[in-house]
Design a binder for this molecule. Structure first.
Ligand SMILES: Nc1ncnc2c1ncn2[C@@H]1O[C@H](COP(=O)(O)OP(=O)(O)O)[C@@H](O)[C@H]1O
Ligand SMILES: [Mg+2]
Length: 233
């Protein structure tokens, strides 16, 4: 579904990605791992067209997207839950959900506010509150719900469980497993390697802007030296 090859990107003079290559198949949960500052969020920014890549190819559903502007990439079916959530604080929960909603892929059963509330029941009593007053966990659920309302076929989550209580984290993981069962693909960036080994199908490790290892959950579990060397755990 998503094929990234030889991706290079820079902030001004400083090159951060040096040839990132990765794939996400339909109905796959794929993890992008690596310590802070290794280029995970930059990879996501390049895929979404926020930081247009200098070299490399990004193919989504057989179509090159690396030169498209962000809104067209989103329209092609990629949804981002950005690092730090970035919900609209001065809009209500309901307004956040509908502000960017679109049934881009022309789905027969698109996401609706009701469906998002079914996925995250905690949001239901807060529909008319301003997003800015929600707890961190509630804002994260809202950020995921907002991305789902654009009806993406590939959802990208950048540090979605960062700083959240264990119970809320579990909710987010449960949501990903459910998305996978309903035919979505997910690219997930997270530090919870134990959980990722349990729920992701495959993993890539990014080190200073290069993919240095990729493999299945079983392979990652069998190589604890990788965790120490590249992930600092
Ligand atoms: N907006 C920016 N301008 C300049 N440098 C940046 C910017 N964002 C990130 N960087 C640098 O790019 C590198 C990769 O950052 P990032 O992709 O955010 O890493 P990760 O998400 O893996 O923690 C880091 O050295 C970081 O300091
Ligand atoms: Mg990051």
């Amino acid at each position: 579904m998503l094929k990234v090859s030889g991706l290079e990107a820079s902030y001004g003079e400083s090159q951060v990605l040096f040839g990132v290559t990765l794939e996400v198949g339909a109905q796959e949960i794929v993890a992008l791992l690596g310590r802070n500052g290794m280029g995970k969020s930059t990879t996501v920014a390049a895929i979404m067209g926020i930081l247009p890549p200098q070299r490399g190819e990004i193919v989504f559903d057989g179509r090159p997207i690396q030169r498209l502007p962000p809104y067209r990439i989103a329209k092609a079916g990629l949804g981002l839950v950005p690092e730090g959530r970035q919900v609209f604080p001065n809009l209500t929960v309901r307004e956040n959900l509908v502000a960017t909603a679109a049934n881009r892929a022309g789905r027969s059963a698109p996401w609706t506010v009701a469906k998002v509330l079914e996925l995250f029941p905690l949001l239901a009593p807060r529909l008319d509150r301003l997003a800015g007053v929600l707890s961190g966990g509630e804002q994260q659920m809202l950020a995921i719900g907002r991305a789902l309302m654009t009806n993406p076929r590939l959802l990208i989550l950048d540090e979605a469980t960062e700083g959240l209580a264990p119970l809320i984290r579990a909710e987010i993981w449960r949501c990903l497993e459910r998305l996978k069962r309903t035919g979505h693909a997910v690219l997930v960036i997270d530090k919870n390697i134990r959980t990722l080994i349990r729920i992701a199908d495959r993993h890539y490790i990014l080190e200073r802007g290069r993919i240095v290892w990729s493999g299945t959950s079983a392979e990652l579990e069998a190589q604890p030296e990788l965790h120490v060397r590249y992930l600092g755990v």
